[in-house]
Design a protein around this ligand. Structure first.
Ligand SMILES: NC(=O)c1ccc[n+]([C@@H]2O[C@H](COP(=O)([O-])OP(=O)(O)OC[C@H]3O[C@@H](n4cnc5c(N)ncnc54)[C@H](OP(=O)(O)O)[C@@H]3O)[C@@H](O)[C@H]2O)c1
Length: 264
């Protein structure tokens, strides 16, 4: 198999939950896919290590704490040397709040919670865009769809896993200050990145995606109130269908798992 026929994907935040499932699903659905999984503590990521033992040829694990720019830069240099391009980047790392629960009112808000949540959810993915942007511009449109009537085709795709609660327009309940603000900021980063990485002849498609409410550690404290809780398998399958359908016209937008457009 030639290097150009192998799709190269990076999943950032891959130790567990939705990120780990992206790695599993991508490796199982396409034999010609190479996945680079990044996480902050590879030695403690037992399930990711099991996947690595099963797929040593097609899975590579790199240590990246997404709040540390030096680690992001080093990972981009490593991927550049080894692969020379990136077809799909999925920014997945997230934290609801360092306490494990979103703020219910102003009295719960504090600087440390705001900073930690925003650093992981909003600033990290933007810095991933900064350091991996060039590799995405060399991506080969192995994901997404080319519209025959469109003069431009895309290169790579950057999918930022956001959340519906990050929609300012949709916010009817309040609360969860750190998480809502971080996801709203992430959505702005998506929009800005779509403009800057969209200027070339082969633009990078940048989108924010809402995965639904998914059965993971992050949402666990709230499961009893949820009417339809997705498994990670269901959510990732739907999200990859959205990724497969993306065209240049979709860049800069915010979609649900079934490609409904969400307002910012
Ligand atoms: N679950 C839901 O219902 C839901 C709904 C909407 C949106 N989302 C979004 O989906 C994404 C994945 O969440 P999840 O549900 O899969 O949560 P999860 O199971 O709690 O996983 C969170 C992941 O983020 C990683 N992470 C946290 N801080 C990090 C950092 N500084 N550097 C690198 N990795 C870091 C964790 O790594 P460690 O193992 O090292 O902690 C873990 O892999 C998040 O962006 C979340 O906001 C989830």
């Amino acid at each position: 198999m030639s290097a150009t026929s192998i799709a190269t994907v990076l999943v950032q935040g891959a130790s567990r939950g939705i990120g780990l499932q992206f790695c599993r699903t991508l490796l199982s659905r396409q034999p010609n896919t190479c996945v680079i999984a990044t996480c902050r503590n590879p030695n403690q990521a037992d399930d990711l290590q099991k996947l690595l033992a099963d797929e040593p040829e097609r899975l590579q694990v790199l240590q990246v704490d997404v709040t540390e720019e030096a680690k992001i830069k080093a990972a981009a240099e490593e991927v550049g040397k080894r692969h020379g391009r990136l077809d799909l980047l999925i920014n997945c790392a997230g934290v609801l709040h360092p306490s494990g629960r979103g703020e219910t009112s102003l009295r719960d808000v504090n600087m440390q919670g705001l900073m930690e949540t925003c650093r992981t959810i909003a600033f990290g993915p933007l810095l991933m865009g900064k350091h991996f942007g060039q590799l995405l511009t060399k991506g080969t449109a192995m994901f997404g769809t080319h519209q025959p009537d469109c003069k431009r085709t895309h290169s790579g795709i950057m999918a930022n896993i956001s959340a519906k609660v990050g929609s300012i327009t949709d916010n009817g309940l309040g609360g969860w200050y750190s998480y809502r603000m971080s996801k709203a900021a992430l959505n702005m980063a998506t929009k800005n990145l779509s403009i800057e990485l969209g200027r070339g002849r082969t633009p990078v498609i940048c989108v924010s995606l809402h995965p639904g409410t998914v059965d993971t550690d992050l949402s666990r404290p709230y499961h009893k109130n949820v009417k339809s809780l997705f498994t990670t398998e269901d959510s990732v399958k739907k999200l990859l269908s959205v990724v497969d359908s993306l065209t240049v016209d979709d860049t800069g937008k915010f979609f649900t798992y079934n490609k409904e457009l969400l307002p910012f």
